[in-house]
Design a protein around this ligand. Sequence first.
Ligand code: NCD
Length: 306
Amino acid sequence: MKDLLGLKDLSAVQLGLILARAFSYKKQFGSLGRIKKVLADRHILTLFYEPSTRTLTSFNVAAGRLGARVNNISVSGSSIQKGETLIDTIRNLEVLGFSAVIIRHTHGGAPRLAADNTKMAVINAGDGFNEHPTQALLDIMTMQQYKGSLKKKKIVIVGDIAHSRVARSNIWGLLKLGASVTVSGPATLIPKGIEDFGVRVEHDLDRALSDADFVNVLRMQHERQADQNFIPSKREYHRLFGINEKRLARAKPRLLVLHPGPLNRSVEISSGIADGGQNVILEQVVNGIAVRMAVLTLLIGRAKNA
Ligand code: NCD
Protein backbone atom coordinates (compact mmCIF):
# COMPACT_ATOMS: atom_id res chain seq x y z
CA MET A 1 0.00 0.00 0.00
CA LYS A 2 1.40 3.40 -0.97
CA ASP A 3 -1.04 5.70 0.83
CA LEU A 4 -3.46 5.92 3.74
CA LEU A 5 -6.45 7.84 2.42
CA GLY A 6 -9.30 6.36 4.41
CA LEU A 7 -10.53 3.36 6.35
CA LYS A 8 -13.20 2.64 3.76
CA ASP A 9 -10.47 1.20 1.54
CA LEU A 10 -8.90 -1.05 4.19
CA SER A 11 -9.71 -4.63 5.10
CA ALA A 12 -10.12 -5.88 8.67
CA VAL A 13 -6.75 -7.62 8.27
CA GLN A 14 -5.02 -4.39 7.27
CA LEU A 15 -6.65 -2.57 10.18
CA GLY A 16 -5.44 -5.31 12.50
CA LEU A 17 -1.91 -4.99 11.18
CA ILE A 18 -1.74 -1.25 11.78
CA LEU A 19 -3.28 -1.60 15.25
CA ALA A 20 -0.94 -4.42 16.26
CA ARG A 21 2.05 -2.34 15.28
CA ALA A 22 0.63 0.66 17.13
CA PHE A 23 0.21 -1.40 20.32
CA SER A 24 3.75 -2.64 19.97
CA TYR A 25 5.11 0.90 19.61
CA LYS A 26 3.08 2.01 22.60
CA LYS A 27 4.77 -0.63 24.76
CA GLN A 28 8.08 1.08 23.97
CA PHE A 29 6.91 4.51 25.16
CA GLY A 30 8.46 3.84 28.57
CA SER A 31 11.95 3.89 27.03
CA LEU A 32 11.81 6.23 24.08
CA GLY A 33 15.56 6.16 23.52
CA ARG A 34 15.39 2.48 22.62
CA ILE A 35 12.95 2.95 19.73
CA LYS A 36 14.75 2.16 16.47
CA LYS A 37 15.18 5.21 14.27
CA VAL A 38 13.92 3.36 11.23
CA LEU A 39 12.99 6.55 9.40
CA ALA A 40 16.34 8.25 9.91
CA ASP A 41 16.89 8.70 6.18
CA ARG A 42 13.35 9.88 5.52
CA HIS A 43 12.07 13.38 4.98
CA ILE A 44 8.38 14.00 5.64
CA LEU A 45 6.22 17.01 4.88
CA THR A 46 2.99 18.08 6.51
CA LEU A 47 0.79 20.18 4.24
CA PHE A 48 -2.13 21.57 6.22
CA TYR A 49 -4.79 23.71 4.55
CA GLU A 50 -6.81 23.82 7.79
CA PRO A 51 -5.92 24.47 11.43
CA SER A 52 -4.83 21.63 13.67
CA THR A 53 -3.33 21.18 17.11
CA ARG A 54 -3.31 17.51 18.02
CA THR A 55 -3.05 15.88 14.62
CA LEU A 56 -0.20 18.06 13.37
CA THR A 57 1.79 17.82 16.59
CA SER A 58 1.15 14.12 16.89
CA PHE A 59 2.49 13.41 13.40
CA ASN A 60 5.55 15.49 14.24
CA VAL A 61 6.15 13.64 17.50
CA ALA A 62 5.62 10.26 15.81
CA ALA A 63 8.02 11.08 12.98
CA GLY A 64 10.56 12.46 15.46
CA ARG A 65 10.51 9.29 17.58
CA LEU A 66 11.39 7.34 14.43
CA GLY A 67 14.23 9.66 13.47
CA ALA A 68 12.59 11.24 10.40
CA ARG A 69 13.05 14.87 9.49
CA VAL A 70 9.81 16.85 9.17
CA ASN A 71 8.93 20.10 7.44
CA ASN A 72 5.59 21.74 8.12
CA ILE A 73 3.72 23.89 5.61
CA SER A 74 0.45 25.46 6.59
CA VAL A 75 -1.55 27.10 3.87
CA SER A 76 -4.21 29.67 4.63
CA GLY A 77 -7.60 28.57 3.39
CA SER A 78 -8.27 31.65 1.29
CA SER A 79 -5.33 31.18 -1.05
CA ILE A 80 -6.19 27.67 -2.08
CA GLN A 81 -6.87 26.87 -5.67
CA LYS A 82 -8.19 23.36 -6.09
CA GLY A 83 -6.95 20.86 -8.63
CA GLU A 84 -3.92 21.89 -10.59
CA THR A 85 -2.42 23.94 -7.84
CA LEU A 86 -2.41 21.04 -5.43
CA ILE A 87 -0.98 18.75 -8.09
CA ASP A 88 1.70 21.29 -8.91
CA THR A 89 2.58 21.61 -5.24
CA ILE A 90 2.81 17.86 -4.93
CA ARG A 91 5.04 17.53 -7.98
CA ASN A 92 7.42 20.09 -6.57
CA LEU A 93 7.56 18.33 -3.22
CA GLU A 94 8.33 15.07 -4.89
CA VAL A 95 11.42 16.44 -6.65
CA LEU A 96 12.48 18.08 -3.40
CA GLY A 97 12.97 14.57 -2.05
CA PHE A 98 10.14 13.97 0.42
CA SER A 99 9.11 10.37 1.05
CA ALA A 100 5.70 11.15 2.46
CA VAL A 101 3.29 14.03 2.57
CA ILE A 102 0.63 14.31 5.24
CA ILE A 103 -2.29 16.37 3.98
CA ARG A 104 -5.19 18.07 5.73
CA HIS A 105 -7.53 19.75 3.31
CA THR A 106 -10.89 21.51 3.29
CA HIS A 107 -12.06 19.53 0.29
CA GLY A 108 -12.94 15.86 0.49
CA GLY A 109 -10.91 13.93 -2.06
CA ALA A 110 -7.90 16.27 -2.12
CA PRO A 111 -5.50 13.69 -0.61
CA ARG A 112 -6.61 11.15 -3.20
CA LEU A 113 -5.99 13.63 -5.99
CA ALA A 114 -2.52 14.21 -4.58
CA ALA A 115 -1.88 10.48 -4.17
CA ASP A 116 -2.87 9.76 -7.75
CA ASN A 117 -0.27 12.23 -8.96
CA THR A 118 2.82 11.30 -7.01
CA LYS A 119 5.09 8.45 -6.03
CA MET A 120 5.29 9.84 -2.49
CA ALA A 121 3.22 8.21 0.21
CA VAL A 122 0.18 10.37 0.96
CA ILE A 123 -1.47 10.25 4.38
CA ASN A 124 -4.86 11.85 4.84
CA ALA A 125 -4.94 13.93 8.02
CA GLY A 126 -8.58 14.94 7.46
CA ASP A 127 -10.27 15.94 4.20
CA GLY A 128 -13.50 17.92 4.29
CA PHE A 129 -16.37 15.77 5.57
CA ASN A 130 -14.80 12.67 4.10
CA GLU A 131 -12.26 10.78 6.22
CA HIS A 132 -9.73 11.18 9.01
CA PRO A 133 -8.23 7.69 9.12
CA THR A 134 -5.54 8.12 11.78
CA GLN A 135 -8.09 9.68 14.14
CA ALA A 136 -10.41 6.71 13.77
CA LEU A 137 -7.50 4.30 14.18
CA LEU A 138 -6.52 5.94 17.44
CA ASP A 139 -10.15 5.91 18.59
CA ILE A 140 -10.36 2.20 17.78
CA MET A 141 -7.01 1.49 19.44
CA THR A 142 -8.23 3.22 22.60
CA MET A 143 -11.45 1.21 22.62
CA GLN A 144 -9.51 -2.03 22.18
CA GLN A 145 -7.09 -1.05 24.93
CA TYR A 146 -9.95 -0.80 27.42
CA LYS A 147 -12.28 -3.54 26.25
CA GLY A 148 -10.40 -5.89 23.91
CA SER A 149 -12.05 -7.10 20.73
CA LEU A 150 -14.72 -4.79 19.36
CA LYS A 151 -16.78 -7.60 17.91
CA LYS A 152 -20.42 -6.95 18.93
CA LYS A 153 -19.39 -3.99 21.11
CA LYS A 154 -21.84 -1.10 20.96
CA ILE A 155 -20.50 2.29 19.99
CA VAL A 156 -22.56 5.44 19.86
CA ILE A 157 -21.28 8.39 17.83
CA VAL A 158 -23.10 11.54 18.82
CA GLY A 159 -23.18 15.01 17.33
CA ASP A 160 -22.63 16.66 14.00
CA ILE A 161 -22.42 13.49 11.94
CA ALA A 162 -23.20 15.36 8.72
CA HIS A 163 -20.02 17.44 8.74
CA SER A 164 -17.70 15.01 10.47
CA ARG A 165 -14.89 13.11 8.80
CA VAL A 166 -14.12 11.55 12.18
CA ALA A 167 -17.59 9.98 12.20
CA ARG A 168 -17.18 8.56 8.69
CA SER A 169 -13.78 7.00 9.34
CA ASN A 170 -15.01 5.60 12.66
CA ILE A 171 -18.04 4.07 10.99
CA TRP A 172 -15.99 2.34 8.29
CA GLY A 173 -13.37 1.06 10.71
CA LEU A 174 -15.70 -0.06 13.47
CA LEU A 175 -18.06 -1.92 11.15
CA LYS A 176 -15.16 -3.79 9.58
CA LEU A 177 -14.11 -4.93 13.05
CA GLY A 178 -17.58 -6.27 13.80
CA ALA A 179 -18.78 -3.54 16.15
CA SER A 180 -22.31 -2.26 16.14
CA VAL A 181 -22.56 1.48 15.52
CA THR A 182 -25.40 3.84 16.39
CA VAL A 183 -25.34 7.49 15.38
CA SER A 184 -27.26 10.04 17.39
CA GLY A 185 -27.85 13.76 17.05
CA PRO A 186 -30.39 16.27 15.80
CA ALA A 187 -32.17 15.23 12.60
CA THR A 188 -30.62 18.26 10.87
CA LEU A 189 -27.14 16.86 11.47
CA ILE A 190 -27.66 13.20 10.55
CA PRO A 191 -27.32 12.60 6.79
CA LYS A 192 -30.36 11.03 5.16
CA GLY A 193 -29.78 7.41 4.20
CA ILE A 194 -26.83 6.91 6.56
CA GLU A 195 -28.45 3.60 7.60
CA ASP A 196 -27.26 2.25 4.25
CA PHE A 197 -23.71 2.33 5.65
CA GLY A 198 -24.83 -0.28 8.18
CA VAL A 199 -25.36 1.96 11.21
CA ARG A 200 -28.42 2.52 13.37
CA VAL A 201 -29.89 5.99 13.83
CA GLU A 202 -31.32 6.86 17.26
CA HIS A 203 -32.32 10.46 17.88
CA ASP A 204 -33.07 9.74 21.55
CA LEU A 205 -29.56 9.80 23.01
CA ASP A 206 -30.61 8.25 26.33
CA ARG A 207 -32.05 5.29 24.50
CA ALA A 208 -28.91 5.02 22.34
CA LEU A 209 -26.66 5.05 25.41
CA SER A 210 -28.68 2.58 27.46
CA ASP A 211 -26.60 -0.44 26.37
CA ALA A 212 -23.54 1.28 24.84
CA ASP A 213 -19.93 0.36 25.66
CA PHE A 214 -18.45 3.59 24.24
CA VAL A 215 -19.70 6.98 23.20
CA ASN A 216 -17.59 9.01 20.78
CA VAL A 217 -18.58 12.65 21.19
CA LEU A 218 -18.15 14.99 18.25
CA ARG A 219 -17.71 18.71 18.12
CA MET A 220 -20.21 20.90 16.33
CA GLN A 221 -18.33 21.62 13.07
CA HIS A 222 -19.36 25.30 12.89
CA GLU A 223 -16.71 26.11 10.31
CA ARG A 224 -18.30 23.66 7.87
CA GLN A 225 -21.93 24.60 8.44
CA ALA A 226 -21.88 27.57 6.05
CA ASP A 227 -23.72 29.80 8.56
CA GLN A 228 -26.82 27.67 8.55
CA ASN A 229 -28.63 27.16 11.82
CA PHE A 230 -28.71 23.44 12.40
CA ILE A 231 -29.51 23.73 16.10
CA PRO A 232 -31.81 26.16 17.94
CA SER A 233 -29.20 27.00 20.61
CA LYS A 234 -26.15 25.53 22.30
CA ARG A 235 -28.10 25.21 25.54
CA GLU A 236 -30.84 23.24 23.86
CA TYR A 237 -28.23 21.08 22.13
CA HIS A 238 -26.56 20.31 25.44
CA ARG A 239 -29.88 19.39 27.02
CA LEU A 240 -30.71 16.90 24.26
CA PHE A 241 -27.32 15.67 23.05
CA GLY A 242 -24.70 16.82 25.55
CA ILE A 243 -22.74 14.25 27.53
CA ASN A 244 -22.99 15.18 31.19
CA GLU A 245 -23.13 13.53 34.61
CA LYS A 246 -26.90 13.34 34.69
CA ARG A 247 -27.08 11.58 31.37
CA LEU A 248 -24.25 9.13 32.10
CA ALA A 249 -25.86 8.20 35.41
CA ARG A 250 -28.63 6.63 33.33
CA ALA A 251 -26.22 4.70 31.04
CA LYS A 252 -24.12 1.56 31.66
CA PRO A 253 -21.75 2.27 34.56
CA ARG A 254 -18.72 1.19 32.56
CA LEU A 255 -19.52 3.29 29.49
CA LEU A 256 -16.37 5.09 28.30
CA VAL A 257 -16.35 8.53 26.71
CA LEU A 258 -14.13 9.42 23.76
CA HIS A 259 -13.69 12.80 22.07
CA PRO A 260 -11.33 13.61 19.19
CA GLY A 261 -10.81 17.18 20.41
CA PRO A 262 -11.00 20.09 20.37
CA LEU A 263 -13.60 20.07 23.16
CA ASN A 264 -16.37 22.61 23.34
CA ARG A 265 -17.11 22.41 27.04
CA SER A 266 -20.76 22.82 28.04
CA VAL A 267 -21.87 22.22 24.46
CA GLU A 268 -21.25 18.58 23.53
CA ILE A 269 -19.55 17.64 26.82
CA SER A 270 -19.75 18.97 30.37
CA SER A 271 -16.58 19.86 32.25
CA GLY A 272 -17.45 17.26 34.88
CA ILE A 273 -17.21 14.51 32.27
CA ALA A 274 -14.28 16.09 30.38
CA ASP A 275 -12.25 16.14 33.60
CA GLY A 276 -13.69 13.00 35.18
CA GLY A 277 -12.75 9.33 35.34
CA GLN A 278 -15.08 8.01 32.68
CA ASN A 279 -13.35 9.67 29.72
CA VAL A 280 -10.29 8.37 27.89
CA ILE A 281 -9.57 11.56 25.95
CA LEU A 282 -5.92 12.00 26.88
CA GLU A 283 -5.24 8.31 26.34
CA GLN A 284 -6.55 8.85 22.81
CA VAL A 285 -3.91 11.54 22.32
CA VAL A 286 -1.14 9.21 23.51
CA ASN A 287 -2.41 6.43 21.26
CA GLY A 288 -2.43 8.86 18.35
CA ILE A 289 1.36 8.94 18.44
CA ALA A 290 1.58 5.14 18.36
CA VAL A 291 -0.92 4.88 15.51
CA ARG A 292 0.97 7.46 13.44
CA MET A 293 4.29 5.72 14.10
CA ALA A 294 2.70 2.50 12.87
CA VAL A 295 1.29 4.12 9.75
CA LEU A 296 4.52 5.93 8.90
CA THR A 297 6.68 2.83 9.26
CA LEU A 298 4.25 0.66 7.31
CA LEU A 299 4.14 3.13 4.44
CA ILE A 300 7.70 4.40 4.23
CA GLY A 301 9.75 2.23 6.58
CA ARG A 302 12.04 -0.52 5.48
CA ALA A 303 9.56 -3.29 6.13
CA LYS A 304 11.70 -5.75 8.05
CA ASN A 305 13.37 -3.73 10.76
CA ALA A 306 10.50 -1.36 11.56
C1 NCD B 1 -11.02 16.63 14.29
C2 NCD B 1 -10.85 17.16 12.89
O1 NCD B 1 -10.15 18.12 12.64
O2 NCD B 1 -11.42 16.53 12.02
N1 NCD B 1 -10.01 16.99 15.17
C3 NCD B 1 -8.89 16.23 15.24
O3 NCD B 1 -8.25 15.94 14.26
N2 NCD B 1 -8.52 15.78 16.45
C4 NCD B 1 -12.34 16.88 14.84
C5 NCD B 1 -12.80 18.29 14.99
O4 NCD B 1 -12.24 19.22 14.47
O5 NCD B 1 -13.84 18.43 15.64
